[in-house]
Design a protein around this ligand. Structure first.
Ligand code: HEC
Length: 204
């Protein structure tokens, strides 16, 4: 019987201590049993740091950091548009290095779907991805350079292809456009492309 009084007293005290002070205010720090990540070992902006030699918590971005926004002052280079319409022409230096860089980036980011030749027969086709654009045929052969540039950055019109803005810099997107143009030339070659010497050799 003694225990009943004890248990009753315990329950009353427990109930009052948990519920009794709800709504009261205090300027004292609350008792934190579970602090729910209120206190984290982190640096606040512009605070002091004992860790870094210069005593500052704010660090400069590492060299080579690419800004998320594009600060490209050349509007055509940044958007692929001349005025309202997509434009033609390369706002980068067109040379062997640009082509090779474009080839490398294309092989990393585009071959899985569009295939090494650009014909849409990439690995993903074997896994059921359908309607991958054959970049070496119309309408893609007739597209303005700026339009291809735009889709690489922002994704395809139907949204089935993601944009590569975060992975390819403005420069690299133009390098890839250049390489896509090379793939188109390669896929649509004709006797016209032969040198006079090889034409003669083939009797054309
Ligand atoms: C995950 C697969 C995938 C990858 C990777 C991919 N594409 Fe695509 N791409 C597609 C598909 C699917 C379409 C057709 C979608 C459509 O018609 O809207 C397409 C369409 C396009 C188009 C035409 C867009 C349009 O709206 O007509 C261009 C240009 C293109 N891709 C270029 C590229 C380039 C360059 C790369 C590499 C940077 C690339 N794609 C990477 C799947 C991919």
């Amino acid at each position: 019987m003694r225990y009943v009084y004890l248990i009753f007293a315990f329950v009353v005290i427990a109930a009052i201590s948990v519920l009794g002070f709800r709504g009261t205010t205090t300027t004292k720090r609350p008792l934190e049993i579970f602090d729910d990540m209120d206190h984290m070992p982190k640096y606040h902006p512009q605070a002091e740091s004992a860790f870094f030699a210069d005593g500052r918590t704010d660090r400069l971005p590492v060299p080579g950091t690419v800004a998320r926004g594009t600060f490209e002052p050349d509007a055509y280079k940044a958007t692929g548009k001349k005025g309202e319409a997509y434009g033609n022409g390369f706002p980068i230096e067109v040379n062997q290095a640009a082509m090779e860089r474009g080839e490398e980036r294309y092989q990393i980011y585009c071959t899985p779907c569009h295939g090494a030749a650009g014909d849409g027969n990439g690995r993903t086709a074997a896994f059921g991805m359908t309607a991958i654009a054959n970049l070496t045929a119309a309408p893609y052969t007739d597209m303005a350079d700026g339009e291809i540039f735009h889709y690489i950055g922002h994704g395809s019109r139907s949204g089935r292809m993601y944009g590569y803005k975060e992975k390819l810099s403005v420069e690299d997107r133009w390098n890839v456009v250049l390489y896509v143009r090379a793939l188109q030339r390669a896929a649509n070659g004709s006797a016209k492309d032969l040198t006079p010497a090889s034409k003669e050799e083939l009797g054309l």
